[in-house]
Each structure stands twice: as C-alpha cells, then as structure tokens.
Design a protein around this ligand. Structure first.
Ligand code: GLU
Length: 303
C-alpha cells in the first residue's frame, strides 16, 4: 500500500517548537518512504480554536519548506462524517448517553491508584441514566478478563501495538481508560472519533506524532476496529518539554517560532530527534530537509 502520512496541528496558537518536531518527523518519514505527506487542521474543538491560527501554521510550514502534497483538510468541515461514524456505532449498540459530570467521575475515584491524568470512567451510565440528564455520549469498551485483569494477552480489553519508536505498548481500556466520550457534553465531537474517521478517510498508512498522544492510541485502535477501518503504523517521537519538564504548549510558555530564521529552528528540531545530519549548517531549507530525510532514513533503517 502506498505510504500516506500526515501532520495534524490543532490551531490553538502559532506553530511552536514542539509541533515543529512532530511536523519534521512526519515529513521526513513520508519523504524517506517516497510517500505522500498531508496536513490536517484539527479544529474540531471549536472552543479552543484561535481565529487565524491555522493560516499562520500553514504559512510557517511553507516558510520552513514543508509543503503538503494535497490541499489541507479541515475538521470543522467534516462533522457530517463524524455523525455518520457515530450513527454506525450507535446502530451496533456500542454507544450510550452519559449524565455524569466531571466532578462525579473524579469523586468516584478518590481512592483509585492510577498513574493516569485522565479520569477513568467507572461505567455509571452503562446500563441507564439513573434519572440523570444525558450530557455526553460514550463508546462502550470491552470488559476486562475476569480473573487477574490487567493486560493479559487474551484480555479483550487489552490493546497492544508496536510503536516504531517506543516499542511494544499495551493499554487495558477497561481498567486504564473506561468507556470514553465520542460526543462531548458541549455538543463537540471528541478528538478520538474525529482523528480515526479522518485518518481512515484520508487513507493514512503511517502516523508520526508526539509521544503525548501515545496514551490515546489504544482508544483510536479500538475505534478503528469498531468501525472496521485499517490500523496505521504508529511512531511517537519524544515530546519537547520546557525547563520545568512540562510538555511544550501554549499553556506552558511555548513561543511562536521565528520564521525569519527557519534553519535555526529546523536544526534544533533535528537535534531533538537525534538526527545525525551530515552537515552542521545547511545553506537552505530545501538542502536541510534533504539532509534530514537521509538522516531519518538511517536512524529508522528505511532503505
Ligand atoms: N491535533 C493533535 C495535536 O496537535 C495531533 C493529533 C494527531 O497527530 O493525531 O496535538
């Protein structure tokens, strides 16, 4: 199958160094495979979308020499497709309305010992709303195998995949996530549903993105199985953190990239990825990108 990859920024602010790393890795992987590289603007979360940010991101990518092979796709124009996927899941009896508030879910796990920052849904509304008003719609995940639970290979709730960078990953959806939201209480489609529908519709074969999304991948693979669409290959690159060790984002102080000096940022991004470039300083973004692709191919053993 011909390689199709993508970079999927959320237009919540200008392109920052953390997203440049993901963009460069996905670009180099696509080019090293002789594949197609696409850009998708992930503006499904309307409340978080900043007007003008998407145009700024596309312009910055162009200044950095990364041009998409097809016109960008905008999630905000694809809500009909999310509805169709949701309808199929509903027809299959896989979704149900949930009336729990965030506080109720948080209170239910005061004593839960979990390393996850996302709340595990305890399944309160699985078998009915108990008189509550429906808020969100959730996807039912398989029950965990009864006896010992977590991540046994034959546990229907355990999702495993081999990440091309991070190696074997297993997450038990029942014990580590719970039934998850597809349609949010504020009426917005959840990222998990949108990303799976979009990647399937675009024929994406390889996903290269930041390791902050490693924790979402099992949910996405499960959704792919429910919808009967292929599971792409995954590669999660190490996230960029600030001095306090927090993932770089607008909230943690990431600043916009200086597009007037693209080579400085590109060299820093290559350095973060551990690329062994054969020149210390390239003369143009085009020369840099060719060098970065060759270095990526060596690192990932792509011939
Ligand atoms: N929109 C997500 C982000 O900017 C990336 C989603 C993905 O690559 O699957 O963090």
């Amino acid at each position: 199958m011909p390689y199709r990859g993508r970079f999927a920024p959320s237009p919540t602010g200008p392109l920052h160094f953390g997203s440049l790393v993901a963009a460069l890795a996905s670009w180099a992987d696509a080019r090293a495979h002789g594949g197609t590289w696409l850009v998708r603007i992930e503006d499904v979360d309307a409340p978080r979308t900043v007007p003008g940010a998407a145009a700024g991101i596309l312009e910055t990518l162009a200044q950095f020499g990364m041009h998409a092979d097809e016109p960008p796709v905008w999630q905000s124009q694809r809500t009909e497709r999310y509805q169709q996927a949701f309808d199929r899941l509903q027809a299959a009896g896989l979704v149900y309305p949930c009336g729990c508030t965030r506080k109720e879910i948080a209170d239910s796990q005061l004593h839960a010992h979990t390393r996850h920052t996302t709340l595990i849904y305890p399944g309160t509304c699985r078998d009915g709303l108990h008189g509550k008003t429906p808020r969100a719609w959730r996807l039912r995940v398989p029950d965990s195998a009864p006896a010992n639970g977590t991540s046994a290979p034959d546990d229907p709730a355990a999702i495993s995949f081999v990440d091309r960078w991070q190696g074997l990953q297993t997450q038990n959806l029942a014990t580590e996530v719970g039934d998850f939201v597809l349609l949010r209480a504020d009426g917005q489609w959840a990222y998990q549903l949108a990303v799976v529908v979009d990647d399937a519709d675009a024929g994406i074969t390889h996903i290269v993105r930041g390791a902050d999304l490693l924790d979402s991948t099992a949910r996405q693979i499960y959704l792919q199985r429910c919808l009967g669409v292929p599971t792409p290959a995954y590669l999660h690159v190490p996230v960029v953190t600030n001095d306090e060790g927090e993932k770089l984002s607008k909230q943690t102080g990431a600043t916009a990239l200086d597009a007037s000096r693209p080579l400085d940022a590109l060299h820093a991004a290559a350095n973060h990825l551990g690329l062994d470039l054969d020149e210390t300083r390239y003369a143009s973004t085009a020369a840099f990108l060719a060098g970065a692709t060759a270095a990526w191919a060596r690192l990932m053993k792509i011939s």
